[in-house]
Design a protein around this ligand. Structure first.
Ligand code: NAD
Ligand code: DAU
Length: 339
């Protein structure tokens, strides 16, 4: 039996990871530690919330006493750290929560894991730590870190702490860095869920600047298969990049969505650019393919269609998230049952 502590499991990617772990392995127990910030939604895990091998703790990874207690009282075979403030635009408005969760939270987790002698730790990081590319080239695991936004700076700081703990203390850590994820349950502040849900409601979509910025898109299920491969087969001390080999400009994505949803181009609204907007991200994921036997499986056209279908079929989830009502669901559903 493997006990895995997942942090940030009520978010977009962490919830996919937990659902997949429980469905794929009979011998895995998941303990989920999540602070339930605006991005954390227990409804994302409604289908497994009463699963015999699932346990939820509401709590902050930066709360040293709580994390020390949780780790000391529980033998874990692995810790996978998804918990983060994850939205670049929010980090430009206020970097405080990003430093607290992404940097201090990671430090606290590392200390608690060291003390409890956790044998394996995976830090879920991002390609944004590498900065921005020009029109050509790819990020490899050797690309120097050059983060540009407060979000990516906080993620890079966390990666450096993880590296330093491995280097100094032989702490058994692995870092994964992935490109832009899309799929079900993504909070509708990020490009794809924001644009899909706006267009379904016949509302305009705000394209930053010229719309020529490029991102490499990967379905969340492929990312989670990659994290699982790194957790089980990755070499301690290594970094693994994951990407979808699917570069698209934001305008290409916007036109594709308009076509698939049969909406007019008049719904495009060009707005002021994001300050310091990174031009292009593109990932070389050949190391993960070679060393972990992983590769992205979901094509963008198939993944985008199924994502649109999911948002269409889950209009209740969308409206509860957009109205903030999902927070009431948490109180009603769990009340005083949670720590
Ligand atoms: P998300 O914003 O959807 O979810 C973050 C989760 O972390 C939420 O459930 C939130 O409640 C929880 N959380 C936040 N602060 C916390 C704290 N202090 N203590 C405990 N829990 C806390 O994020 P996501 O898109 O699922 O991203 C998950 C991870 O993957 C992040 O580390 C992010 O940097 C990384 N990542 C994301 C992408 C992407 O495209 N979304 C790509 C690469 C890497
Ligand atoms: O690359 C991995 C990263 O991808 C993750 O580490 C982050 O957590 C995740 O949020 C994402 O960051 P981006 O900034 O690339 O994602 P976002 O969806 O915010 O924006 C994608 C692109 O779309 C970017 O070029 C900005 C643009 N955009 C975004 C929004 C929200 C718009 O043009 N309009 C918008 O309203």
């Amino acid at each position: 039996m493997q006990r895995i502590l997942v942090t940030g499991g009520c978010g977009f990617i962490g919830s996919e990871f937990i659902r997949r772990q429980l469905a794929t392995y009979d011998d895995v127990t998941i303990v989920n530690l999540d602070a339930l910030t605006y991005a954390g939604n227990v409804e994302n895990l409604a289908e497994i919330e009463r699963h015999a091998r699932y346990e939820f703790h509401k709590g902050d990874i930066a709360d040293r006493d709580l994390v020390m207690r949780l780790l000391a009282g529980n033998p874990f075979d692995a810790v996978v750290n998804f918990a983060a403030e994850s939205h670049v635009d929010r980090s430009l408005l206020d970097s405080g929560p990003f430093v607290r969760t992404n940097v201090v939270g990671t430090q606290v987790l590392l200390d608690a894991c060291r003390e409890a002698k956790v044998p394996r730790y995976v830090q879920v990081s991002t390609d944004e730590v590498y900065g921005s590319l020009g029109p050509t080239g790819l990020f490899t695991e050797e690309t120097p870190l050059a983060p540009n936004s407060p979000y990516s700076a906080s993620k890079a700081a966390a990666d450096m702490l993880v590296h330093a703990y491995h280097h100094s203390f032989h702490f058994p850590a692995i870092i994964t860095r992935c490109s832009n994820n899309y799929g079900p349950y993504q909070f509708p502040e990020k490009l794809l869920p924001l644009f899909i849900t706006n267009l379904l409601a016949n509302e305009q979509v705000p394209v930053y600047g010229s719309g020529q910025n490029v991102r490499d898109w990967i379905h969340v299920s492929d990312h989670c298969r990659g994290i699982d491969a790194a957790l089980r087969r990755g070499k301690v001390g290594e970094v693994y990049n994951f990407g979808g080999r699917c570069e698209k400009t934001n305008l290409e994505i916007t036109h594709l969505l308009l076509e698939l949803l049969e909406k007019p181009k008049t719904l495009i609204r060009y707005v002021a650019d994001r300050p310091g907007h990174d031009l292009r991200y593109a990932i070389d994921c050949s190391k993960a393919e070679r060393e972990l036997g992983w590769n992205p499986e979901v094509t963008f056209s198939e993944g985008l269609r199924s994502t649109i279908d999911w948002y269409r079929a889950n209009s209740g989830w969308v409206s509860r998230v957009k109205s903030g009502e999902y927070r009431r669901y948490y109180t009603e559903q769990y009340g005083a049952r949670l720590t």
